[in-house]
Ligand binder design. Structure first.
Ligand code: ZN
Length: 302
């Protein structure tokens, strides 16, 4: 199976076996223009002289329209309504399936990573923004247009600050990397980015610690709400901010404990990613394997 992961900073591709083994992979930085040319070269690199894949799974930054097969990644201004599924299908001559990169992250962690054995799982990618994906009763929940799982824009304070999405009080406004930094700087911290903020929190800087406490509480509100709505038993957290480690996960565990009420919500397990950057590729491959299996079960269908 050929898996492709398309993001604002990098493009990745891999050949992935039925058991999840990565046979070959490659990554390149996302160019400002000519993204399709870079992707074409990348796919050629991983498929050259290899057993031909049977299908392609694509995880892409969104938003997207999965019905039309088009993507409009926020950080890739040269792609607006770009017909990604059709173009990759033409390029490879293979059945092609498209989902969100965070949806693929969740599915990959459920298949091979920290969510292995979970019945229903929420994957959260905390980075420049906050993305998410759901696996419910073992199946990915993608949504009619492929936008299910956008948990970064779940509202944790209806009287809160206006979010970039136009909504109000979204968890992303409190807990994404740039927003952790923004709050810390407004409260007297000096530093360039979320990585420096995490390092200072690790050294006991009170403002840095308070920034992670505040972000963790917002994440906990979102997590408890999703657990209540969808009975997820596991939440896997990845993305650059998750690399902060215990300065994020310790206050997060405490906050979930404090805000959650119902027994099945309190039982939710919150864990860091084990696959890291490979999770989205694994999930894209799994999506393609799932689709190949359903095609096989319906002869004549594509
Ligand atoms: Zn929002």
């Amino acid at each position: 199976m050929l898996a492709v992961d398309i993001g604002g900073t990098k493009l990745a591709a891999a050949l992935v076996g039925r058991d999840g083994a990565v046979l070959r992979d490659a990554t390149v930085p996302t160019p400002p223009t000519g993204v399709m040319d870079a992707l074409t070269a990348l796919i050629a690199t991983v498929t050259e002289d290899a057993p031909p894949p049977v299908a392609v799974g694509i995880g892409s930054a969104g938003p997207m329209d999965a019905l039309a097969g088009t993507v409009s990644p926020v950080n890739m201004p040269s792609w607006r309504g770009f017909p990604l599924r059709e173009r990759v299908g033409e390029l490879t001559g293979l059945p092609t399936v498209l989902a969100g990169d965070a949806q693929c992250f969740a599915l990959g962690e459920h298949w091979l990573g920290a969510g292995d054995g979970s019945g229903s799982l929420l994957g959260v990618v905390v980075s420049t923004g906050i993305g998410g994906g759901l696996v419910i009763d073992g199946r990915p929940l993608l949504g009619p247009l492929g936008n299910a799982g956008h948990v970064g824009h779940m509202i944790v304070d209806p009287y809160g600050e206006t979010c970039e999405c136009g909504g109000r009080g979204c968890v992303e406004r409190y807990a994404s990397g740039p927003n952790l930094v923004r709050w810390a700087v407004a409260n007297g911290w000096h530093g360039p980015d979320a990585r420096a903020l995490a390092a200072d929190a690790g050294r006991g800087d009170p403002t840095a610690l308070a920034a992670f406490e505040r972000g963790a509480r917002a994440l906990a509100a979102m997590i408890a709400s999703v657990a209540a709505a969808a009975e997820v038993d596991t939440v896997v957290i990845g993305g650059g901010v998750a690399g902060a480690g215990r300065v994020l996960f310790e206050p997060l565990e405490r906050a979930v404990d404090e805000v959650a009420g119902l027994a099945f919500v309190r039982a939710v397990r919150v864990v860091p990613t084990t696959l890291g950057v490979r999770a989205a590729l694994a999930g894209a491959a799994k999506l393609a394997w799932n689709q190949a299996a359903s095609r096989a079960a319906r002869p004549g269908a594509r």
